[in-house]
Ligand binder design. Sequence first.
Ligand code: PRX
Length: 656
Amino acid sequence: MPTSIKSVLQETRVFQPANAFVEQANISGMAAYQALCSEAAQNYEEYWARLAREHIVWHKPFNTVLDESRAPFYEWFADGELNVSYNCLDKHLATQPEKTALIFEADDSQVIKISYRELHARVCQFANALKSRNIQKGDRVVIYMPMSIEVVIAMQACARIGAIHSVVFGGFSSRSLNERIENAQACAVITADAQFRGGKMMPLKPAVDEALSMGGCDAVHSVIVYKRAGNDVQWNAKHDLWWHDLIDGLPCTCEPEWVGAEHPLFILYTSGSTGKPKGVQHSSGGYLLGTMVSMQWVFDYKPTDIFWCTADVGWVTGHSYVAYGPLAMGATQVIFEGVPTWPDAGRFWKMIQDHQVTTFYTAPTAIRSLIKLGGELPKQYNLSSLRLLGSVGEPINPDAWMWYYTVVGQSRCPIVDTWWQTETGCHMIAPLPGAMATKPGSCTLPLPGIMAAIVNEAGDEVHDQHGGFLVIKRSFPSQIRTIWGNDERYRKGYFPEEMKGAYLAGDSAHRDEDGYFWILGRIDDVLKVSGHRLGTMEIESALASNSLVAEAAVVGKPHEIKGEAIVVFVVLKGSRPKDAATAKQISEILREWVSKELGPIAKPDEIRFGDNLPKTRSGKIMRRLLRALAKGEEITQDISTLENPAILEQLKHVIQ
Ligand code: PRX
């Protein structure tokens, strides 16, 4: 951990929400926000219990609220029973069966709309299909699919029967898929023949075939394939089944499996400080509550909204604000298969216009690339349906914020910059848009009941705008329950002793004079590349498995669009390339290697070669020096502990 964290950002602009917005807001004005905060402070458990009773339909009501006896293995509403899919679908059948649940826009612009009634029927039918394969409560099901109505059906159907899904982003490689199937000991994989993105067909099924052939996946007895593209696929009669064949003739009703509130709803793998991704395990009751209150408070959800979160369901944002939160609220939402830049950089704006989107939630990296490709393009579309904009996944730089605010939101729509994590399940620090003023680049204040704070290495709270580690002092309902199969990694990683029982988020932050939070970045070896979370160790171990590589170290450097770029320092087993052509050739081999091992999102941006890496006398790689080199900074740090100072000169240069 760094010993001192300084903030260099000076941003003084403040934007008050318009009166018209405040008047209609679910949480209207700061007093309303503060009233909720005091309610939580006065009786924490009763506060969450009230919200849980109001938002969730319980099959069996809970009596205990928070059980801290096995901390940090917290339990919420543990003796209550519910079904998440019931809360997302059945609940709406009596009141709004014909309301559109999903507006799916395919890569080629074809639009399919589906009502709550139809979605319920299709989820039930697919749930019956899973049951026909003997998939039961507690079984793990890996989902590796494109953005589609079917992926939502697959997730909801798992929830309906109490199976635990683990969605793997379609951009991950077969090796990553294999690791996740093996770690979760999944018994089934749901996939598609291919996906379409940017006018191109990209096969998915071959990656599943390859993943299963890599070993460790013996528990998989069913591979269910949704026919999206109609491309030729290899067929393994032992376990491959077409989605459409499997559901054929099955009933469209399916009694939900009632589960305890602590029953795991899903596992989602994410990167940490080690070479192996960790399976973040979420609960049913607490998680659902988190997604619902944040829809209500942060997205100021109204039944007339057309909600669009652009995240893929492979990430937590696509779980909480595509597959669960909006459906639990009974919203109409847009789901998009394609990419924002195809057929041109006006795609998002055209879709907002066509579908009359009111609430638009995307990532800073998308905003920055759209500014670059067509900063004036939003003006060609009618964006007057928009009333609220959101940002997620990484810090949004004030310039991008201002463009989003003035050009997309036409200075009318508040921006909710939402800080949260795979582990937190829902927004933690974010504006309640009808209550608080926003400042470009700040995620503002914690949600009522979220006890966020900034502490020093000793776990003591810091004040007066000093930077430090972001922690959450008390357990909250939507928090991670454990790392799948690794309680110890969960306890050590998130609740280290020096944090005195607080949840350590892994980010550094500071608060300004108004108490607003400003996120400074990660404190561990985790990069945020285009908003995707990647562990430097994962990339390093992928590189180390290449026969050319003796040793590799990975660091991040700032990137105008992606937020961070991946820079790799490599020592080859053979000699260091001396000319540009050889360096280029080997770089390409290694970039492709990482892409194949982990997925294209992890492809290094830059590779530098040295005879060695800067190390201390005890052999530890001095990453802070590598970070400075990657950024092209002069080395001003103390290098007295460095074993081999001459190496710095060599690594300074990119051979071109
Ligand atoms: O570093 C923070 C950054 O993303 C990390 C969490 O990544 P992940 O689990 O992939 O979840 C992303 C979607 C919630 C955090 O530790 N981060 C996320 N949102 C913000 C952010 N950094 C600054 N501002 C944000 N709004």
